[in-house]
Design a protein around this ligand. Structure first.
Ligand SMILES: [Zn+2]
Length: 260
């Protein structure tokens, strides 16, 4: 197995896209040098699945939270159940939460309310918060800038936002997680990868979505984080080993988990 090891910090491993061959997907990830996968919860049911999956095999941890698409389902009861899940062993972060004004599957005010509540849960429980941002730069930047100093870290996942969110993320020492989008020919933010502070760079697949080149258009899977790492190393002018080592150290620090 190649060494050092990669971490896929954002994978929807509980998605039905993996129901037929999840074990084989994980075996391929290990063979590709991926030692750890953070399994993302995007709804209450999805978070329960993520937590169960994380408990079922070594090298997996989970998050619990409600995606902006599902923000209309947020309630006091949801908050309490997410809080309980966050106390389970192997649950390393809140999320994914955030704002998505592109698809608008939930009204803006319920997205903001659910995001705010999950930032508060992160602060209450001392867990980092994984943030999805799409076409909501002004509101996202304002809400990030309101995160108080000393709060647990924010992870800007599959980062592809504009200057306002980038600068707000820099102002609060956010982690920037880059996905297979960085391998796309039409990706216009290549300079962000090299500009990201050395100790704030993370890698992810966002599988089953956003498969990197040369797998573009296929189902994405955690082993493909290696292609993201190779591209990031080239953009940073580093060897794959150096890039892998520091992004894995960053993931461990961010998620405060020796098992990551
Ligand atoms: Zn995601």
């Amino acid at each position: 197995m190649p060494c050092p090891y990669l971490v896929d910090t954002h994978c929807h491993l509980g998605d039905t896209a993996f129901d037929a061959d999840r074990d084989a997907v994980l075996a391929r990830a290990r063979a590709a040098g991926v030692s750890h996968v953070v399994v993302i919860g995007e709804s209450l049911g999805g978070s329960e699945r993520a937590v169960a999956l994380a408990g079922s095999a070594p090298g997996l941890s989970a998050t619990a939270g409600v995606h902006p698409h599902q923000a209309h389902t947020w309630s006091d009861d949801t908050a309490n159940r997410v809080r309980d899940l966050l106390a389970s062993p192997g649950v390393v972060a809140v999320g994914e939460t955030g704002l998505d004004y592109h698809y608008m599957h939930s009204p803006r005010d319920s997205q903001r309310r659910a995001f705010e509540a999950q930032l508060e849960l992160g602060a209450e429980l001392g867990k980092p918060v994984i943030v999805h941002a799409r076409d909501a730069d002004d509101d996202m930047a304002a809400m990030l800038r309101a995160v108080p100093p000393g709060a647990p870290p924010v992870v800007l996942h599959s980062f592809s936002s504009g200057d306002a969110v980038w600068e707000a993320g820099m102002a609060i020492d956010a982690y920037f997680s880059f996905s297979g989008m960085i391998t796309f020919k039409n990706w216009s933010h290549a300079d962000r990868v090299a500009a990201c502070p050395r100790d704030r760079l993370l890698l992810e697949t966002d599988a089953p979505y956003l498969a990197p080149v040369p797998h573009r258009g296929k189902r994405n899977e955690p082993g493909f984080v290696r292609a993201v790492a190779e591209c990031a190393a080239a953009l940073c002018g580093e060897t794959l080993d150096t890039l892998t080592q520091r992004t894995t150290e960053n993931a461990r620090r961010c998620f405060r988990s020796a098992s990551v």
